[in-house]
Design a binder for this molecule. Sequence first.
Ligand code: AMP
Ligand code: MG
Length: 347
Amino acid sequence: MGRILSLLPAGFLALMLISCSQPQKEIREKLYVFGTLVEIIIRDADEDAARKALVDVNAAFQKMHRDWHAWKPGEMSRLNQAFAEGRTVKVSPFLLPLIKQAKGFEAASEGLFNPAIGAMVAAWGFHADELPKGAPPPKAKIAALVKAQPSMSDVVIRGREVSSTNASVSLDFGGFAKGAALDQAAVILKAHGINNAILNAGGDLNVIGTHGDRPWRLGIRHPKNWGVLASVELKPDEVLYTSGNYERFFEHEGVRYAHILDPRSGWPVDHIVSASVIGKIGAAADAAATALTVAGPKDWHRIARRMGVKFALLVDDKGRIYLNPAMKARIKLEGKETPELVVSPGL
Ligand code: AMP
Ligand code: MG
């Protein structure tokens, strides 16, 4: 889950794009979930209703932080401990839907999105607020974790009772929890009568309604500098999520090791530096963006199709951009350079 500091500039840039003309009243608030800053802009709303909605969103974020966090003490860490010890646990109705969602994402992504690889993410040192330092973990350690084949399909759900047939399963929902959080926040805002808003977690976004008489216009984060790679207009209730190896990484002897792992090798993805997805559900788009980063240029079409993605864009380490025609039709490149575009149909 992203660093606070790394998220500020991108959030700022996304806001710059939407703030060109705004005579109408806006209510802005900054909240945190999983240590990530979420900027919320509410438009055309009754101020009291908006303030009440924001109080409820904040309470929901705090509950998520407590119950869904992959490595801080809470319901999730207790569940992981139970898996390691072969025990069955009754999980809360708050966590259970996420476990079910996680199973679906893993199956749809052919295991490239694997929310059961928490032990691997921890072995790489990413279960800490501070970024890891020093050398990568020993190859044998990672190989052993891969060999144990942790998978969401090992997780057995009977009513609210949850267990794992594989003690190596360690849930880490960091790949889609931000999306799930913004989805719930959007539901809360709407329940309070908010019809136009944006929720921006450092460039991962859910929108509600429109920006006055035009759509919300936003920036897709550039993976190499803190600028905007492309701008895009989101329709009401669309979401935009970007995953990438620029977010959380460490370097050792000139090699970058980032927080998105290929579950087949247990090693960080290096060829794709970012993947962006436009969709309708934050959790699904968030999971898909992570999965497409792992899938890479050869497999991203198939995985995108299987995950129900209609608009996707990947950037590789040479700055080459892979995208489908529908995505190309929606974006406006913003950078000074003209990147090589590899457009391929089929989503
Ligand atoms: P995101 O920023 O949405 O791409 O999520 C990255 C986070 O997802 C990492 O910090 C890990 O907690 C987790 N993660 C890393 N690799 C994977 C993977 N292959 N499948 C699912 N989750 C992953
Ligand atoms: Mg993700």
